[in-house]
Design a protein around this ligand. Structure first.
Ligand code: PLP
Length: 378
């Protein structure tokens, strides 16, 4: 891949889109092509197979179905397409992205059991089991692998085992773990997972997909078609017949995705996880030096997001802090927790622990400018 001219490198510590390589950026610069040409259909076919391979899916059992849109589109698709008429979905909800799936179910008037747990901890598995035992109308269980809103990593293998014991389909939003934290789809009891190009694979915005069970997609042909653009079976069927996304695909985004997948394998699944864990450790080290604390226990974090308790003192101004960092090439993000003042530091993209160390030089400067003495007194 040719890089014509290096692009200014920004370190994105927000929860996606992530920092991308220049080779991925330039992969979008391709001759104009009509997506119905066999050449593009081949690209699409290869990309779909790779998307299954990244999560070690058996290609006889699992397939990837891609949609044009940001991550929420695939949450929409999975929630609206996989629940039979008059049956219920149960969302194991301990954060903002699970809550979004509840909202989607409500939006389509799909009966939904919103199983809410505190967002600073893990869901109670006994409660999940009891709920499914009691309510036999529940046929789909959905949750989020890594709650990007807080940084909590959920025990999906265990939740999936319970869902399967109770005869339910298990659907997992893995949007902030796919391509980052190694996933073995079948061993983790996942029937459908979700991902989006601009997150773990560090590609461009505009393509999102599910990797899911072929037999279950075919079964869903008889379920209500609650959406025209976002129905899973209809998109799968079009891929099967034509090899393509129904309606115009995000052509250039797919080329970037193809390059990002190549770079994923070049780095290696485990080397990537090591690199990201080093970034996450560097975040904790920097926070510790500053006297800042993380809201979520380190043991239940997914190594990809740290939610930081903001100083309570009136001297702290998130906007000023953000602007100072932004000017020097680092993007940070506000928190997504209810009732506590927080901000988030995320390490999803093509960054290293050295970038994180550089960030903390800037962060410390900014705190000093706001009048703090470091480390802060806890
Ligand atoms: C980013 C993200 C989404 C989707 O958000 P979009 O803004 O639509 O891309 C969904 N779930 C999780 C866990 C995410 O991290």
């Amino acid at each position: 891949m040719e890089v014509v001219k290096p692009v200014k490198r920004n370190i994105l510590l927000n929860p996606g889109p992530a920092t991308t390589s220049d080779t991925v950026k330039y992969a979008q610069v391709v001759p104009d092509i009509c997506p119905r040409e066999p050449e593009f259909i081949e690209v699409m076919d290869r990309v779909r197979k790779e998307l299954v391979r990244i999560v070690h899916g058996d290609p006889e059992k699992y397939t990837a179905v891609i949609f044009t849109g940001s991550g929420t589109i695939i949450q929409d698709v999975c929630v609206n397409s996989l629940v039979p008429d008059k049956k219920k979905i149960c969302v194991v909800n301990n954060g903002a992205y699970s809550a979004r799936m509840v909202e989607i179910a409500n939006h389509y008037h799909i009966p939904c059991v919103n199983l809410k747990f505190p967002e600073t901890g893990l869901p109670n598995l006994d409660t999940v089991r009891e709920t499914l035992e009691k309510d036999k109308e529940i046929v789909v269980v959905a949750t989020v692998h890594h709650e990007t809103g807080t940084g909590v990593l959920n025990p999906i293998k265990e939740i999936g085992a319970i869902a399967h014991q109770e005869g339910c389909l298990f659907v997992v939003d893995t949007i902030s773990t796919y391509g980052l934290r190694p996933i073995r789809i079948e061993e983790e009891n996942i029937d459908f997972l979700m991902s989006s190009a601009q997150k773990g694979l560090a590609a461009m915005v505009g393509a999102s997909w599910t990797v899911g069970r072929i037999d279950e997609i075919e079964k869903s042909a008889s379920y209500p078609k609650r959406s025209y653009y976002c129905n899973l079976f209809m998109q799968y069927d079009f891929f099967k017949r034509v090899g393509e996304i129904h309606f115009t695909p995000p052509v250039q985004t797919i080329y970037a995705l193809q390059q990002a997948i190549k770079e994923y394998w070049e780095e290696g699944e485990h080397a990537r996880w090591e690199r990201l864990t080093q970034c996450w450790e560097a975040i904790h080290k920097g926070l510790n030096e500053m006297g800042l604390e993380s809201v979520i226990d380190k043991e239940i974090q997914g190594h990809l997001v740290v939610t930081v308790k903001a100083p309570e003192s009136g001297q702290f101004d998130f906007t000023k802090f953000h602007d100072d960092c932004y000017e020097r090439g680092f993007t940070i993000y506000p928190g997504k927790m209810f009732g506590v003042k927080t901000f988030r530091l995320c390490n999803l993209g093509q960054i290293t622990y050295k970038d994180v160390e550089d960030f903390f030089v800037v962060a410390k400067d900014s705190f000093k400018k706001m009048g703090f003495t470091l480390p802060l007194n806890r």
